[in-house]
Design a protein around this ligand. Structure first.
Ligand code: SF4
Ligand code: SF4
Length: 430
């Protein structure tokens, strides 16, 4: 059955939304891959159910308020896109829908306060650092804070890594093979600066000049995925214009940022600078893809170690990148790569999801940590800062000592002759 939609009423993003709705044949193949359907077992919290709800709202036969709780519970993980045999492009539906309809739905004061706190801090590394220190120092006040804000406080790490100022230019070592720009990420700079340092060392070691513009703005993914396209475009423009125009690639080492930048064609649809955004987007490449395509120097063998790999949704589903990070890990002699059960099921991090939907996020985090424990690995690798923090927290909750680390950090340690096992991301235990 195909559905007709009033595309002309949906604006520049309309054709993609209508196409996604029309392509769904209600087969249900996506249901078992959807984390919220797996956890809640409700049709309305499945991809198929949400597509129907969005269609009814867009056609004016359902009030947006009735659909919104189910749309809010969607992680945007895009596992449904991977599973769908009909090629439904769910990503071209849910973010534009949130942008179009979400803002018309009224929010409680606590929802508005949480949203304000997120945007006032997360996309601004210096403010985030300050806010996390303040929150860590006032833990004793937690019982006095509104219940809805406590999940935010529970995510605050007991201590932060030392602040790192990255060099704006790092020259290639040996034969020069190209010049790349690095997107440093917002929260990542604060929570695990080691990832960017390792990325620069690995790239230069493999013959690439690395440019890291000092004043980078947020890529806009955070705002875009919660339905704030103007805010997203504002920071995305600032980021694009801060980047060198002569780079062979714009390297991303955070799946969420990489995926967000690959969505600029939708975010900028109909805007005067659409062509510039599309060109920029075409240069964005995940570090694992760049290195495996270019070829990278094999490090000396490390002590034998079992390493599990978690597929970050915004890498595996949104960017279809699965083999490159595995090849990178397998390129380190001594690593035995272990596949996790349910590797492609979201860990519950998903941008601000563990702030907005803490109960489901916690269930998914615990489920992921349990799969990691069952795999009996010493290190769990994942290529997204949100996943690393979420999985670390839930492994700690289980009392499990598996370390979590970004694949590029492991490659860097191997190059430097260091042990791969070394508190890669600060444990959430003090
Ligand atoms: S798998 Fe695709 S076509 Fe089938 S119900 Fe899900 S979204 Fe619709
Ligand atoms: S994006 Fe993820 S949570 Fe949302 S409907 Fe698809 S599979 Fe479910």
């Amino acid at each position: 059955m195909r559905h007709e939609l009033p595309v002309e009423q949906l604006g520049a993003m309309g054709p993609g939304m209508a196409e996604a709705i029309q392509a769904c044949v209600h087969c249900g193949f996506c249901l078992p891959t959807c984390p919220t359907y797996v956890e809640l077992g409700q049709e309305a919290d499945s991809p198929r159910g949400r597509i129907l709800l969005m269609k009814e709202v867009l056609e004016g036969t359902l009030e947006p308020e009735a659909a919104q709780p189910h749309i809010d519970r969607c992680l945007g993980c895009l596992a449904c896109e991977t599973a769908c045999p009909s090629g439904v492009s769910y990503g071209h539906l849910v973010s534009p829908y949130r942008a179009l309809v979400g803002k018309k739905v009224s929010k409680t004061w606590i929802q508005r306060l949480k949203r304000w706190l997120v945007f006032a801090t997360l996309p601004h590394p210096s403010r985030l650092r300050w806010a996390l220190r303040l929150a860590a120092g006032t833990r004793w006040l937690q019982p006095l804070t509104p219940k809805a804000l406590r999940p935010m406080l529970r995510m605050v790490p007991p201590r932060l890594p030392k602040q790192v100022t990255l060099p704006e230019f790092s020259p290639a070592q040996g034969e020069r093979r190209g010049r790349v720009a690095l997107v440093a990420g917002c929260a990542q700079q604060v929570l695990s600066p080691e990832i960017n340092e390792a990325t620069i060392r690995v790239l230069t070691r493999n013959g690439f000049d690395v440019v890291v513009p000092r004043h980078q703005a947020c890529c806009g993914a955070l705002a875009w995925h919660v339905g704030e396209p103007e805010k997203a475009r504002h920071t995305a423009r600032a980021l694009m214009r801060s980047m060198p125009t002569d780079a062979d690639a714009v390297i991303s080492n955070a799946a969420g940022c990489g995926s967000g930048m690959h969505e600029y064609s939708t975010l900028f649809a109909g805007e005067p600078d659409e062509a510039e955004a599309v060109r920029f987007s075409s240069l964005v490449t995940d570090i694992s893809v760049w290195l495996t395509k270019a070829g990278f120097v094999t490090p000396d063998p490390v002590s034998p170690v079992r390493v599990g790999y978690h597929d970050a949704c915004h890498l595996a589903h949104a960017q279809r990148v699965r083999s490159a990070p595995r090849s990178l890990l397998q390129g380190i002699p001594g690593i035995t790569l272990i596949e996790l059960q349910e590797s492609e099921l979201c860990c519950g991090s998903a941008g601000t999801y563990n702030i907005d939907q803490p109960d489901i996020a916690a269930e998914l985090g615990l489920r992921k940590a349990t799969r990691v424990r069952e795999a009996d690995v010493r290190i769990l690798a994942a290529a997204n800062i949100g996943c690393l923090v979420q999985i670390r927290q839930h492994l700690d909750a289980l009392g499990h000592e598996t370390e979590v680390s970004h694949p590029i950090v492991l490659l860097d340690r191997a190059y430097r002759g260091e042990s791969l096992i070394r508190g890669a991301l600060e444990s959430s235990k003090a």
